[in-house]
Design a protein around this ligand. Structure first.
Ligand SMILES: [Fe+2]
Ligand SMILES: [Fe+2]
Length: 324
């Protein structure tokens, strides 16, 4: 049986009973000293904050065991808080094996088949003409194929979905190759290699289960982040792949500068055109993802909720042509 209520379609003041997947959950103590349950619940269309107030000690023990990926059945109302929809849970229970749950209704996944995306990216890597740059890009893709097939590109925000990292790399590659036809100073080898490797250490920065749901950052991810981790990885792979010192440093520079601003983690700004392009491909792909994601929850002729990752903008979906 398919799901009845998808997160993105829930309307304020609606009451319903349905299943959801736990994306994050905790039991907290409120300012009134009473326990409450605070969670992000979701399905493949999105996620929503949910609260259950006045949780008893016995209930807190059960709710305290919930982890990302667990399924719950809830009875709830949809309210609004600070301009965003929120669920006020009246009843909640953990779903069991006998419950009619279709997992494909709950897993947010990139729209293309991960194996096909991997094959596409690997094919582009193999087309790099410089042997050392080709080797390091191919090696990364082949050595990490298993995890790439499900890894998200983020815990939250852009591409936080199953195989989101491959989807991010693929669309950046498609754009990057187009840019090479427009700006003829660009060296395609560097564009392709830089795009494939720029977020390579997301695999070790964030943790992920096979559903593409991340429970958090790894220890190294917290202390170093994927930019510093990426530089270390290139350092380790450089000799085996035959990179010259110049190539190694240029590749490290592309990884180091791809967030552009020091406050976003880049200690240097791009100093050659392919590194500059890499940053804008990254930003463009992340922003377009966020536009698409936020507008998927909006009907024609209306505005989205404010999107934190897009400077708190509300986004507009034009009325459909048939409505006019
Ligand atoms: Fe990044
Ligand atoms: Fe990226």
């Amino acid at each position: 049986m398919s799901k009845e209520f998808f997160v993105n379609a829930l309307q304020t003041d609606e009451e319903f009973t349905d299943f959801f997947m736990v994306k994050a959950a905790s039991v907290r103590t409120g300012s009134n000293k009473k326990l409450y349950f605070d969670a992000m619940l979701g399905d493949r269309t999105g996620e929503i904050n949910a609260k259950k107030w006045d949780v008893s000690d016995d209930e807190a023990i059960v709710l305290g065991t919930l982890r990302e990926g667990d399924m719950v059945k809830i009875r709830a109302g949809v309210t609004e808080w600070n301009g965003a929809r929120q669920l006020r849970i009246q009843r909640i229970r953990v779903a069991g094996v006998n419950d009619p749950v279709e997992m494909t209704d709950y897993i947010k996944a990139a729209p293309e088949d991960p194996k096909e995306m991997h094959a596409y990216i690997l094919d582009r890597a193999k087309s790099i003409s410089d042997p050392a740059l080709r080797k390091i890009a191919v090696k990364f893709l082949e050595d990490n194929e298993e995890r790439l097939l499900y890894y998200p590109a983020a815990m939250r925000n852009h591409h936080a979905e199953q195989a989101g990292l491959l989807w991010h790399i693929k669309r950046m590659l498609m754009l990057g190759e187009l840019a090479c036809g427009v700006y003829t100073i660009l060296d395609r080898d560097w564009v392709v290699c830089g795009v494939i490797l720029h977020d390579m250490e997301k695999l070790n920065e964030i943790q992920s289960n096979e559903l593409g749901i991340s429970p958090g950052y790894s220890f190294e991810g917290k202390l170093l982040g994927h930019i510093a981790q990426g530089v270390k990885a290139v350092e380790t792979m450089a000799g085996e792949c035959g990179l010259t010192d110049e190539q190694k440093t240029m590749l490290e520079h592309m990884i180091l500068s791809h967030h552009y601003e020091p406050e976003y983690g880049s200690p240097v700004r791009p100093m050659f055109p392919e590194a500059e392009l890499l940053h804008y491909l990254d930003i463009l792909d992340a922003n377009m993802f966020d536009f698409e994601d936020a507008l998927s929850a909006v009907g024609p002729g209306s505005f989205s909720e404010r999107v934190r990752t897009l400077d708190n903008r509300m986004l507009y979906k034009p009325s459909s042509k048939e409505d006019k």
